[in-house]
Design a protein around this ligand. Structure first.
Ligand SMILES: NC(=O)c1ccc[n+]([C@@H]2O[C@H](COP(=O)([O-])OP(=O)(O)OC[C@H]3O[C@@H](n4cnc5c(N)ncnc54)[C@H](O)[C@@H]3O)[C@@H](O)[C@H]2O)c1
Length: 387
């Protein structure tokens, strides 16, 4: 069976769906791999490296029409979807609600579309968890961005010319990205503290060498170990309690998310007004609505505060900025998912498998994901039929 890796089409996307190392693993599984010429260039993986492991390199995206499996990072564009054969399987990130029109196009083309956005986060599927692998890259990048823009050192320095105190870094949201941000800031020598609405994250925060802020508020934990959406009253109480800690910080990194919802607002203009001149806020959630009032994905905003200004950085394409390693990890996620579904060189997704069922937003042309069905005004499926 043929696996095709087209070039990514979204502006700013530097990652690739499969590396040469990943291609080699798929070939060992008995699959054939064709990569669109130049697909890996932006992430540092060259045509010759794919050829050296036995993959084919084809000019243009014509192979889409004969491919059995198509793996990309971002969802395919509609003009690519229209070229797929009806039994094809696509693997990519695909937001069940936000990419509903793409999901409809995939269903109309009668394919099976597997999305890493909804892959079950069970231990058996850890090696396939692209949300985690890419959040790791994003969390790391936030700290480097902050360190580069901050007008201060992160570590404490004792020099003949005087002593420099360490920077105070506050991380809001202690999921995969937040924990990686804490670890990275700690390695740079900062004093790190963190807050999350899930009380269960306190031990993980401590294991990163950071201090967990106990705000004395109720925890807001929902199903599956994820946060729930807060009530306006709970959100206001959290903002009030965090204001003091934010005003004392040199760097604030926000990483909070609630699955399927707009990112929660954690920092208001009023809270920013109390910050120290020169302080930096890096909003990792800027692309999904933002954790900070006024943050714009891909833009820096300077805000005047008494005595100077602070910088609010709205992040965009963070994992893509680490394209070599983000692609390496992503490719392993793709290989692991395909390994689960492949026997004797044939890819056959088994819908009774929890991992396949959870990730299949479309299966054999039918929209299966409940959120996607709602977004497309389709009636709900009977229990056991939808994700
Ligand atoms: N394979 C696995 O078992 C596996 C893999 C990855 C993550 N997880 C778990 O899934 C959970 C979520 O991880 P994620 O990184 O995808 O999270 P996420 O990206 O959905 O959210 C990031 C963090 O923001 C927090 N948050 C939400 N609203 C907040 C608010 N108002 N204030 C402060 N923090 C807020 C969440 O609690 C979460 O920790 C964690 O418990 C993580 O350990 C499990």
């Amino acid at each position: 069976m043929l696996v095709f890796i087209p070039a990514e089409t979204r502006a700013g996307e530097l990652r690739v769906g499969l590396t040469p190392e990943g291609a080699q693993k798929l070939i060992k599984l008995g699959l054939s791999v064709t990569v669109q010429e130049g697909a890996g260039e932006a992430s540092g993986y060259h045509n010759d490296e794919y050829k050296a492991v036995g993959a084919d390199v084809a000019a243009g995206s014509g192979t889409l029409s004969s491919a059995d499996v198509v793996a990309t990072v971002r969802p395919l564009a509609n003009e690519q979807i229209s070229q797929l054969k009806s039994s094809a399987i696509t693997i990519s990130f695909l937001s069940p609600a936000n990419d509903a029109q793409t999901i409809k196009a995939l269903a109309d083309q009668k394919v099976t579309a597997l999305s890493f956005d909804v892959l079950p986060r069970i231990s058996r599927a850890q090696s396939m968890d692209a949300l985690t692998s890419q959040a790791l890259c994003a969390g790391y990048r936030t700290v480097l961005i902050a360190a580069e823009r901050a007008p201060k050192f992160f570590p404490m320095l004792m020099t003949a010319a005087g002593t420099i105190p360490p920077a105070k870094v506050l991380v809001l949201g202690a999921g995969v990205a937040g924990l990686q941000a804490m670890a990275t800031a700690k390695r740079l020598g900062a004093i790190v503290s963190a807050y999350d609405v899930r009380a269960s994250s306190a031990d993980e925060v401590k294991s990163m060498g950071a201090t967990f802020l106990d705000l004395g508020l109720d925890e807001v934990e929902g199903a599956g170990g994820y946060a729930r959406e807060m009530t306006p009253e709970r959100a206001k109480a959290q903002q009030d309690a965090l204001k003091k800690f934010i005003s004392e910080s040199d760097v604030v990194i926000t990483t909070a998310a609630v699955p399927g919802r707009k990112a929660p607002t954690l920092i208001t203009s009023d809270m920013m007004n109390a910050m120290k001149p020169g302080a930096i806020i890096v909003d990792l959630a800027a692309e999904s609505g933002g954790n900070v009032e006024g943050s714009v994905a891909g833009q820096d905003v300077k805000l005047n505060v008494p005595g100077g200004s602070i910088t609010l950085i709205g992040c965009k394409d963070l994992a893509s900025q680490l394209a070599v390693h983000a692609s390496k990890l992503y490719a392993q996620n793709v290989v692991s998912l395909l390994t689960l579904m492949t026997a004797e060189g044939v890819v056959t997704p088994d819908y009774s498998d929890e991992v396949v069922q959870g990730s299949a937003v479309v299966f054999n042309g039918e929209v299966k994901n409940a959120m996607s069905r709602e977004a497309l005004n389709l009636p709900a499926l009977a229990t056991g039929e939808s994700e």
